[in-house]
Ligand binder design. Structure first.
Ligand SMILES: [Zn+2]
Length: 170
């Protein structure tokens, strides 16, 4: 979810799925997240800002956490313990579907930070790429998303295929 959100923008291809309301709805549907039926310009701007903060956060950039912490506060995202069987979950004070979607993404960021898997979710070191990829190398030392010119076209095809598969399943 975090990875697909960051990768709604593909720098190498000058593509940004969050440039249109339909693109935001499509991403949210593909992740099973709530979304306004007709996202406003403000919704799109908020999601793009959130997405770029996530990208910078994954790239260890200074200051990126402040935008994310701001969304934690805005959405009231916080942990909640539940009884029988004991479980931890995240809740928020959502007033819009977009708040709920952002709460779910933030919950994923927090839980994967705590279990250590987030450190394998990286952004490509190529400055014109910055694609988010999951580093499966034994010591988590990969710096680039693919070995050959970032494999941008391959990834775009894969992303489009997943979107198409999601639509078919609806
Ligand atoms: Zn790359």
């Amino acid at each position: 979810m975090v990875q697909t959100l960051v990768n709604t923008r593909e720098l190498l291809e000058h593509r940004d799925d969050l440039s249109t309301p339909a693109g935001l709805v499509a991403w949210a549907e593909s992740e099973g997240l709530p979304c306004p039926a007709r996202p406003t310009e403000a919704d799109l701007t908020r999601m793009r800002r959130f997405r770029e903060a996530l990208r910078q956060f994954l790239g260890n950039a200074e200051g990126a956490a402040s935008v994310l912490n701001g969304e934690l506060a805005r959405t009231g995202t916080r942990p909640l313990l539940r009884a029988g069987p004991p479980a931890a979950d995240f809740i928020g004070d959502a007033t819009t579907p977009l708040d709920t979607a952002i709460t779910r993404v933030l919950a994923a960021v927090v839980t994967t930070s705590l279990d250590g898997s987030l450190r394998r979710l990286k952004t490509c070191a190529a400055e014109d790429c910055l694609w988010a990829f999951y580093d499966r190398s034994p010591n988590a030392v990969s710096r680039w998303c693919e070995t050959s010119v970032c494999g941008a076209r391959h990834k775009m095809r894969a992303y489009r295929a997943r979107q198409a598969a999601g639509r078919t399943a609806d």
